[in-house]
Design a binder for this molecule. Structure first.
Ligand code: AMP
Ligand code: GLY
Length: 393
């Protein structure tokens, strides 16, 4: 497992339940993952280090969590080194790495998306072209917001583009892909804004729930969105294998793509994986081998709600070294606590990042899942701990 966030902890937790798993190793992992396998001090961005580690451990499969190493070519490097990997090549990861490339692929594939605007005029959206961990998008309702967005996006130093503002509810749709085929996994709703009532700046995500009752049929969304994009990428010599994540707006005129991501969503994964009742490891291994077979993905009838507990000033800045308490009490209630930005210092668990923990409650319906997630969150504390109170509300 490559990565160190809540998404990687959830993936490790799910994979660790597989009877097919022999050993689990992480680079670099986190204190939560360390309870499930061995963590090695190799950063996800260190391509040489990850390849050397994978070879020395003779691993059968590498699962890459975050986007930055994928966009930088980690999967290509591992494959060239003879290591099977779940995750796209750099050429296919451009679907996330470049918004301009993504728009071009969508247009060619005939998949509906927000219209590009030649000039900015509010209401509109300003997007930085490169990776920005969810922080490079500015929704501008009036001219003041537009001027502020332009000033900010210029400091990022990347190209930027403008598009029409779409209105509706958002939906994240995950599919496991093997280059040609796409297997629907689940749909989730992500809460991107920092504060209650969708106020404050965009973040990597402050919470999520799954499934989403008003979602159109998953099979249909994947047929109309993921598969045409897979075919277009394959025809460009960049077949996509790994997890293809479509971020959609459910508008009055139907679903429109806001973005594609080349990996599992964080924190959506922490809500989606606890609902999968079947073994995920064979599906991931088959996708990595370019041959998704007939292994089905089975989902329970439950609902999951994930609440992110973040540092006081996230997304502007994170926190480091503050002791964290209450995880055991939260877990005793029946919630799942995934480590996202934690570290261990002198046998004490401390903060180390912006999003510190993701807490998932699973229940028979949204209300039950939400109640459990929040009861668990209330047990957890560290100086400045902050979370949204309206996830799944
Ligand atoms: P992206 O990184 O492109 O998904 O953008 C991050 C967030 O910005 C999305 O999840 C939406 O909340 C918002 N967003 C992006 N594009 C648009 C758009 N065209 N209209 C409305 N909101 C948008
Ligand atoms: N939660 C949004 C993302 O993973 O991009």
């Amino acid at each position: 497992m490559v990565g160190s966030g809540g998404r990687e902890h959830a993936l490790a937790w799910k994979i660790a339940q597989s009877p097919r798993l022999e050993e689990l190793h992480a680079a670099p992992g986190n204190p939560g993952i360390a309870q499930l396998g061995s963590c090695h001090p190799v950063l996800a961005e260190d391509g040489d280090g990850v390849l050397a580690l994978a070879r020395s451990l003779r691993v059968d499969l590498v699962v890459v969590g975050p986007e930055a190493p994928l966009v930088a070519g980690l999967a290509d490097r591992l494959r060239r080194g003879g290591v099977p990997v779940f995750g796209p090549s750099a050429a296919a990861a451009r679907i996330e790495g470049s918004k301009a490339f993504s728009k071009e692929v969508l247009d060619r594939a005939g998949v509906p998306t927000a219209r590009a605007l030649p000039i900015a005029s509010p209401p509109c959206v300003v997007k930085s072209d490169g990776l920005a961990t969810g922080k490079g998008v500015f929704v501008c309702l009036d001219d003041d917001e537009l001027q502020a967005a332009l000033a900010e996006v210029r400091t990022l130093g990347t190209r930027f583009l403008f598009e029409e503002l779409l209105e509706g509810q958002e939906l994240s749709v995950f599919a496991v892909c093997d280059g040609r085929r796409a297997l629907p996994l689940a749909a989730a709703r992500d809460f991107k804004r920092a504060r209650d009532g969708d106020a404050g700046p965009n973040t990597g995500g402050m919470g999520a729930f799954s499934p989403v009752p008003e979602s159109p049929l998953l099979e249909r969304l994947v047929a109309e969105i993921h598969r045409p994009v897979l075919a277009e990428l394959a025809s460009r010599g960049a077949p996509f294998s790994g997890l293809l994540y479509a971020g959609l707006m459910l508008t009055a005129d139907g679903p429109r793509v806001l973005e594609f991501n080349c990996r599992f969503g964080d924190p959506e994964t922490q809500a989606v994986l606890p609902l999968i009742s079947s073994d995920m490891l064979p599906v991931i291994a088959e996708a990595a081998a370019g041959d998704l077979g007939s292994t089905p993905i089975e989902l329970s009838d439950d609902t999951a709600v994930t609440v992110v507990v973040a540092a006081k000033d996230y997304p502007a800045s994170g926190d480091a070294g503050s002791p964290i308490t209450g995880i055991e009490e939260a877990t005793k209630l029946g919630a799942l606590v995934f480590h996202a930005g934690t570290a261990e210092r002198d046998h004490t668990l401390v903060t180390s990042g912006g999003r510190i923990l993701s807490v998932t409650g699973v229940g028979r319906d949204l209300a039950a899942a939400r109640e459990l997630a929040y009861a668990a969150v209330e047990r957890i504390s560290f100086p400045g701990a902050r979370y949204r109170r309206d996830i799944g509300g």
